[in-house]
Design a protein around this ligand. Structure first.
Ligand SMILES: Cc1ncc(C[n+]2csc(CCOP(=O)(O)OP(=O)(O)O)c2C)c(N)n1
Ligand SMILES: [Mg+2]
Length: 344
């Protein structure tokens, strides 16, 4: 039997989150989970097409990192598994779902679909279909903040960028090239690796000579940390430190979050390669159940309050479905609109 990599020990008591922060994290993760479950349902009902990659199981990473930032001000760069990053960054669920339905009211005006969520308003730099494609784009965003602050003297330009990508992306050259420049220029950026152990059907250990990705930071003289990606409080604590470091001009951090996707690679994947034992090990670490138990145990929230949040989010999702269904498709006469920024 393959041994699971030992998860870093984290003592929740040291996190010292307030009740408000705990509830924000809970609500954000529930939104991500319920949204993705609804996507699966809508996909199988034929409401959306193409590849759709869901985020179930990984919510603690998106919520833990993005809620440690200033959503709507700081930048977020995603991958093709991008719906939940968009939601955590503040893009309304109805605009993400409308995008999935290819509707004109979608956050990318119905032109992008599942893998291309984008919102200038929410500083979401996009989903990207190519593995590792977002990494240099995120570094560009971090560079412009630093350039505006240091070269142009704009003291308000203290934005931080969070760049999310998978374990598979770390075997792509863009990862190494960008880490080098980001460390050299001390860019205000968090490189967040969501190590879910698999790149489609390729097990991480089979493809990677040094599977402990966070250690790769050291060769660039960069901070590297591993964190239990199924524990939102642990992710949040690590992210807060990294954000503070970036904002203070002390440069980037490589965060490796050990996590797991609860579904197949995409909705077209029968998910037959991963063993039952492995899945069960990770299902037992569901980040939402875990945070709920912590909040109740610590008397930060009552079970009933959490249920009320679940109901509220369910309503948000139902409204998103109605909005997406009743929205118009982009008009064919507008096919060439939004290709250039000036069309905005
Ligand atoms: C440059 C490039 N090569 C190959 C692919 C095909 N591909 C799509 S997803 C994927 C696996 C990536 O896995 P990982 O980075 O671990 O992200 P995860 O899907 O686990 O979130 C591959 C190889 C691609 N999209 N882009
Ligand atoms: Mg992966």
């Amino acid at each position: 039997m393959v041994q699971e990599r030992t998860l870093p020990v984290f003592h929740a008591a040291t996190a010292q989150i307030t009740r408000e922060q705990g509830l924000v994290l809970y609500e954000d993760m529930v939104l991500g989970r319920m949204f993705e479950d609804k996507c699966a349902e809508m996909y199988y009902r034929g409401k959306m097409f193409g590849f759709v990659h869901l985020y179930n199981g990984q919510e603690a990473v998106s919520s833990g990192v993005i809620q440690a930032m200033r959503p709507g001000e700081d930048y977020v760069c995603s991958t093709y598994r991008d719906h939940v990053h968009a939601l955590s960054a503040g893009v309304p669920a109805k605009e993400v779902l409308a995008e999935l339905f290819g509707k004109a009211t979608g956050c990318s005006k119905g032109r992008g679909g599942s893998m291309h969520m984008f919102s200038a308003e929410h500083r979401l730099l996009g989903g990207y279909a190519f593995v590792a494609e977002g990494i240099p784009v995120a570094a560009g965003a971090a560079f412009q903040s630093k350039y505006r602050r240091e070269a142009l003297g704009d003291a308000t330009a203290d934005q931080v960028t969070a760049c999310f990508f998978g374990d598979g992306a770390c075997n792509n050259g863009q990862f190494y090239e960008t880490l080098n420049m980001a460390a050299l220029w001390k860019l205000p950026i968090l490189f967040v690796v969501e190590n879910n152990k698999w790149a489609i059907g390729m097990a991480h250990e089979r493809a990677t000579s040094q599977p402990e990705i966070y250690k790769k930071a050291s060769v660039f003289g960069m901070e590297g940390v591993e964190v239990d990606g199924m524990d939102v409080l642990a992710v949040h604590a690590v992210a807060r430190e990294a954000v503070a470091r970036a904002r203070a001009g002390e440069g980037p951090t490589l965060i490796e979050a050990l996590t797991y996707r609860f579904r197949g690679h995409s909705l077209a994947d029968p998910d037959e390669l991963r063993t039952k034992t492995e899945k069960e090990f990770w299902f037992a670490r569901d980040p939402i159940t875990r945070l709920a138990a912590y909040l109740v145990e610590q008397n930060l929230a009552q079970q009933e309050e959490l249920k009320a949040i679940d109901r509220k989010i369910q309503q948000t999702i139902d409204e998103a479905v109605q909005f997406a269904e009743s929205s118009p498709e982009p008009d064919p006469s507008e096919l060439y609109r939004f290709i250039f920024a000036e069309d905005e």
